[in-house]
Structures are given as structure tokens and as C-alpha cells.
Design a protein around this ligand. Sequence first.
Ligand code: 13P
Ligand code: SF4
Length: 335
Amino acid sequence: MSSIEALKKSIEELKNELSVTIVAHYYQKDEVYEIADITGDSLELAKRAKESDSEWVLFCGVGFMGQSVKILAPQKRVAMPKIACCAMARMIDSTYFDESVAAMVEAGIPKEDILPITYINSGAEVKAKVGQMGGAVCTSSSAVSIIQKAMESKKKILFVPDRCLGQNVARKMGLKSAVIGIDKPQEIAQADIICYNGFCSVHQLFTLKDVEFFRKKYPGIKIAVHPECDPSVCEVADFVGSTSQIIKYVQSLPLEQKVAVGTEYNLVHRLRSKNTYVLSSTKPECPTMNETTLEDVYNTLLEIQKGNPINEIHVDEETIHWAKVALERMFAYLE
Ligand code: 13P
Ligand code: SF4
């Protein structure tokens, strides 16, 4: 038995003995992904992890994902084998959030006319600020529905932290967008969706040049990308969707149909062995998602067994309250 298989077996034994649900995002390393009880995109993981009936959730992903489970189900104990923080989520905190609101007010938009929406890739304090201002969380798969619902308020949307997702949703819905710190105050005043200037460095690797390269090399190839990619790429792609939606799209294609995929490497290389390409000449690896190893999972379970848990997620009550309001609003908007 290889050391990986031996470790997997020990994890399975420990998991059966303890009340633990192992959750993993698609971007996790193969061996970690394979031992998970629940896998999915951010929306599915948040929903299913809060509904699991175990005392513990062991979340293999990035910080905001484990934190979202704790916020949605505070009675649960949540631990992460590695508390690795999504680089995009780190681009905003509550001070930068307040400054964004102030920039909109300076551009002539009264504060009461601002409705904030935060991508789930953000910290609990930012979600709490959004909840307090009457706003909601969205994920890559729910962003269009959430913005549609938010637009009914006739308010201006402050979208944080992913500029690309905000711009891509605006384009899809035929709305005007502007970016704080890039566009002039009058452009901000005229826009429907005002985006914070955050981004995912992994998804920035996919460029229009890559799309042109693959289309020239393999005429007829399909291009499927995540909405965190630049709008110039999403605009020309055949399919834009969340990680789960990309998987379903590629699975729906005939095997002989070539497809180039613009999202994290671990997901793409697991898709199918033939006729699937990574839409970049640089390996698009998310450094933080790749921090979690099988050894980390094993050690975290071992510490839970000893009654000495490590890397447990804690969020203060006040933050949980308001962040939960923003997350629950997303689920209510989707009903
Ligand atoms: P999904 O919700 O599509 O899984 O996206 C999460 C993410 O971090 C993509 O970079
Ligand atoms: Fe964050 Fe980008 Fe990694 Fe997704 S791929 S977790 S957005 S850094």
C-alpha cells in the first residue's frame, strides 16, 4: 500500500470513529478531494455543510469557506486542516469597505441609496457590514439572480471585492458598471453596479491571447471559463460558470469535442483525460487552495480525537449575527 493509500485508510478510520464531515472544494489536491464526504462549488458547500448532522466539519478549502459554515451553523465546530486565506478575500477589510461607500457618497450617491452585495470570497467582517446595510452575499453561481433581486430596490449596487465578477454580471444583464479608484466620479454616479477593484490573480492568468491561440490551433474548440476571469475573456467564451457549472458543461460535451478551460488546475486536470486543455501556458494553481495536504487532514483529525482541536474557526457573536443575515438573505433571494 502506498503512503497516500495508508494515510487515506487511517483518515477513514478516524472519521468513522469521530462525528466529522469532511468537506472539500474542487480546487483541492486530488488525494484530499478523494477523501471528502461533500464536494461542490461555494454555494453547494455552504448549503450542504450547514445541513450535515455531524458535530464537526473539517473544511478543506480557503478561510472564507470554513468561516461561512461557522456563520451559518454556529452550533457546529469547524476546523480547517490549513487556514489558508483566499488572496482575493484578503484584498478587502471593513475599513476598505467603508472607504468604498465613502467614494460612492463623494460621487453624489446618498448612502441610503447604496445596496452592497459581497461575493462569498470575503471575510466575516465584510459580510457583517453588508448585512448591516441591508445587503446580501452572492456566489459565482448565484450572482446574476442575487443582483437581479437587488436591482428591484432601485438602489445603486456596491459590489465587493471581485471587479471581474461584478463587471461580468453587469454585462450579462445589460447594466452599466464602474470601478472605484479607476473610473471618474461621474462614471460612478451613472453606473448601476459599482465594483471594488479586487481580483483573483489565478483567473487573471487567462487572457484573450490564450483564447485566440486555442481557437487558431484547434478550430471549433469550446472555451469554458469561470466568471472571475477578465471581462475581455468572458465576453468571447462559449461558456461562463461556477466550478460546478463548468464541470457539468464539460461533461455534457461529446468526448471528441475539444474544450479549453479557464479555472484552477486541479479541477481542470480531473475533468476528462481526452480533448481537455488548460486555457493558459502558465499553470493556473491557486497557492492557498493547494496548501492543504493529506497529512494536515490526518493531524487535524488526530487532535480532535485527543480533545485538543487545532485550527478551529471562531467568529465573535456580533459578526456572526450580521454576516449570517447577509448569507441567509442570499438563500432567501434564491427561493
Ligand atoms: P466557485 O463558487 O465557483 O466554486 O468558486 C470559488 C472560487 O474561489 C473560485 O476561484
Ligand atoms: Fe481565491 Fe482565486 Fe484561489 Fe479562488 S482561485 S480561492 S478566488 S485566490
